[in-house]
Design a protein around this ligand. Structure first.
Ligand SMILES: Nc1ncnc2c1ncn2[C@@H]1O[C@H](COP(=O)(O)OP(=O)(O)OP(=O)(O)O)[C@@H](O)[C@H]1O
Ligand SMILES: [Mg+2]
Length: 404
């Protein structure tokens, strides 16, 4: 049992229930190294704890300017910002904070400590931010080393409280600069789902299942060890900044989930080249939730939406809501073989799609033989993409194919 932490500020007492912090992280509440790496397997509570630590600091220490940063600005709203916001709310601390949803900032009225946000992709905004006193880099492996060095330079000058950069990430690639970078005054902690008492059973099952599917995946995502994914399926994706203003056709791919993510991808087709845009990537969406999310996506009645054919009831319900849905051709091998030969572009904003592409791999059995099927993990947008591209090409006789 841990005691609740009592913090006094200007006659205001905050209670933070330290019982809710996963035990493995408790010692880190007072860890003051300049660089704090919290890395490891999926679902180990890294992000949640970091939000807890920063919230506690914002209550205990005055005049902070915490920077919440990620590679792509657009992704901060649904990750660090929403995590902190909901933590403030469930901790009953809402009345002490000014929350600015528009500019993604949070301000503690009692301690004068604030949280501001910026993406590495938003160089102008980053340049204009001064007086940062600590920082949280979420999904730090998304950053190039030069991005990190720039951020590191922003944390300087005198401040009353300790200055710290917290980096949270999965150890996906042993050759990543984060694994080789030697930094003085750094502290590294590896955690796994076993350290998170709040992990849900279904997700635990998905992680444990990886052992049967692919050792390397299991090592990285369940055991939190640095690894290298070798049998990547789609090597042809390229990231570009601008998509064509005019396209020939627009199609959609939809993968249903509930415990897993529901994924919706929009694909612009121009001159037989595919341009992708991820639209929905959320867990625990009921069909009603999904329909209301889809209604916000400006999907035309005439646009084809290819989705998981194993769920005819959900398809029927979407149809009744005026979506032009079709059951996808789910042949995995043929579908993948087809998609592999297509020219496909993505952009930096497709954070989840780009992440899935980087780890979407063929299974390898214990004898090292490559199998014809992908590892079933982080594959929701990959399925949605295949449903759309492959099924649409079959429907129209393969006209949308371009051999590289
Ligand atoms: N202290 C906590 N109290 C309540 N829920 C928690 C706590 N810590 C983690 N969780 C829950 O456990 C799940 C996984 O936590 P989190 O997202 O922080 O893991 P992660 O290590 O950042 O995962 P990933 O590697 O996928 O980014 C989330 O649903 C989160 O809400
Ligand atoms: Mg996380």
């Amino acid at each position: 049992m841990f005691r609740a932490n009592k913090i006094y500020r200007k006659n205001v007492t905050f209670f933070i229930d330290l019982n809710s912090v996963n035990k493995v992280y408790l010692g880190l509440l007072n860890e003051k190294s300049r660089y704090l790496h919290i890395y490891g397997g999926a679902g180990s509570g890294k992000s949640f704890f970091t939000a807890q630590k920063l919230l506690i600091r914002s209550l205990q220490e005055r005049n902070h300017r915490f920077l919440l940063v990620r590679k792509v600005a657009r992704t901060i709203r649904n990750s660090q910002f929403s995590l902190l916001k909901s933590l403030i709310s469930v901790s009953g601390l809402k009345k002490y904070f000014i929350v600015k949803d528009g500019e993604l900032s949070l301000f503690n009225k009692i301690t004068n400590s604030e949280f501001i946000t910026a993406g590495v992709d938003d160089a102008e905004k980053l340049k204009s931010i001064f007086g940062i006193t600590s920082m949280w880099i979420e999904e730090a492996t998304e950053l190039e080393q030069k991005d990190f060095l720039q951020l590191d330079l922003r944390l300087r000058g005198k401040s009353k409280n300790y200055k710290q950069i917290i980096l949270t990430y999965n150890p996906v690639n042993a050759h990543h600069w984060l694994n080789s970078l030697q930094m003085k005054n750094s502290h590294k902690v590896k955690t796994t789902y076993r350290d998170n008492v709040y992990i849900d059973d279904e997700y635990k099952e998905v992680l444990l299942n990886l052992k049967e599917q692919d050792e390397e995946f299991y090592n990285i995502y369940a055991l939190g060890e640095w690894g290298t994914l070798k049998n990547i399926i789609y090597g042809q994706f390229e990231i570009i900044n601008e998509y064509p203003a005019v396209t020939d056709e627009i199609i959609y791919g939809l993968d249903f989930g509930f415990n897993n993510q529901t994924a919706l991808v929009k694909i612009y087709i121009k001159d037989k080249i595919y341009y992708t845009e991820e639209l929905i990537y959320k867990r625990r969406l009921t069909n009603d939730d999904l329909i209301s999310e889809m209604k916000k996506c400006n999907i035309r009645r005439s646009n084809y939406i290819y989705c998981d054919s194993a769920e005819p009831n959900r398809i029927e319900e979407l149809r009744r809501n005026a979506f032009n849905v079709y059951p996808a051709d789910k042949s995995v091998k043929d579908g993948i073989d087809f998609v592999k030969r297509c020219k496909i572009f993505s952009r930096a904003e497709n954070v989840n799609l780009n992440k899935e592409v980087l780890s979407y791999s063929y299974k390898q059995d214990k004898e090292g033989n490559l199998l014809d099927e992908p590892v079933k993990f982080n594959d929701h947008l990959m399925d949605a993409l295949r449903y759309a591209i492959y099924s649409h090409s079959k429907r129209y006789g393969g006209v949308n194919i371009r051999f590289l």
